[in-house]
Design a protein around this ligand. Structure first.
Ligand code: HEC
Ligand code: HEC
Length: 253
């Protein structure tokens, strides 16, 4: 490990010398600095060899939490005042290599998890999702309010919530099926229950109370009331756009 780091440092020096003596455009024809080696030498002590955090925070979820390349670049350049996170005077090319390294670590496929375009994502949202979800003053009430979803959920968690809604059901949104003594089935979200009655929000957003004496069964559904949006209903590109839009919802009025 030490030997590798030494070699990189030597390479970085020769790049610096070459740069001083030439007028070629920045970056032309030079070996790019190795982000992994720079990370191991300068950041791993505090952020952990795998970047999941030791004395400093986990750096593998920055993009998932909505960070941009520029923001991470500035964090590394300027450090965090009032903390042990140091500022850096390294050349831009080295900081860019660190940013690229962290970005690739944070996403299994090395792509930005919040890739996509917000405008078409917003259009998809109001076409397919707004009937059940609110953003600001608009939308339905069957599903959770998503006005601040970009703060509370990573882009990857949003992908799972959309592709496989039933994989994890948000507390308070358990779907139940009631069967009445006359044989009718009613599906809705369980909003309250005691020994004698159960209250549900039905799929038309009406809060309905049923006496248990009038029901033959109350079953907790394993399926969410929210449909799964598989690739047949929502292409990967449309999902990217939708997640981009949702990632930007941070509670503005
Ligand atoms: C001496 C320990 C230390 C070293 C060395 C260090 N960091 Fe940090 N870093 C921290 C701490 C502590 C924080 C949290 C600061 C705060 O917000 O209070 C932090 C925060 C950060 C953040 C912001 C994280 C967030 O969630 O906002 C980034 C990005 C970061 N460090 C990257 C790096 C990189 C890249 C390096 C190597 C060039 C590095 N750090 C070196 C301790 C360190
Ligand atoms: C028929 C109503 C309905 C539709 C349509 C619907 N959802 Fe949902 N959604 C729900 C309900 C109910 C829940 C809570 C139960 C669960 O977790 O599955 C939920 C949960 C979610 C969550 C998790 C929220 C959290 O707080 O963690 C997200 C994100 C979400 N939906 C996004 C979407 C998106 C994006 C679409 C459109 C592609 C969509 N939903 C369409 C009803 C719906």
């Amino acid at each position: 490990m030490f030997r590798i780091m030494f070699a990189v440092t030597a390479a970085a020096c020769s790049v610096g010398l070459a740069a001083a003596g030439q007028t070629a455009p920045a970056g032309a024809g030079r070996a790019a600095p190795d982000g992994a080696a720079l990370y191991a030498a300068r950041c791993a002590d505090c952020h952990g060899a795998d970047a999941t955090g030791v004395r400093g925070p986990d750096l593998t979820r920055l993009w998932g939490a909505g960070a941009t390349d520029e923001r991470v670049f500035q964090l590394i350049r300027q450090g965090v005042a009032g903390s042990i996170m140091p500022a850096s005077t390294a050349p831009d090319s080295e900081i860019r290599a660190l940013v690229a390294y962290l970005k690739a670590l944070g996403t299994a496929d090395g792509r930005d998890p919040a890739r996509g375009s917000a405008a078409p994502g917003e259009a998809t949202f109001w076409r397919s999702c707004g009937g059940c979800h609110r953003v600001g003053p608009r939308g339905g009430r069957l599903g959770p309010d998503l006005t601040r979803i970009g703060v509370t959920q990573s882009a990857d968690a949003l992908r799972t919530a959309i592709r496989r809604a039933s994989a994890a059901i948000v507390p308070g949104y358990q779907s139940v099926t009631l069967v009445t003594t006359s044989g009718a089935k009613v599906r809705g979200l369980r909003k309250g229950e005691d020994a004698f009655s159960v209250q549900i929000l039905d799929t038309r957003e009406r809060l309905q109370g049923y006496l248990k004496a009038e029901l033959t069964s109350v079953t907790r559904d394993t399926q969410s009331l929210m449909p799964d949006y598989g690739p047949d209903r929502l292409s990967d590109a449309a999902l990217d756009d939708l997640v981009k839009y949702l990632s930007m919802l941070k509670g503005q009025k």
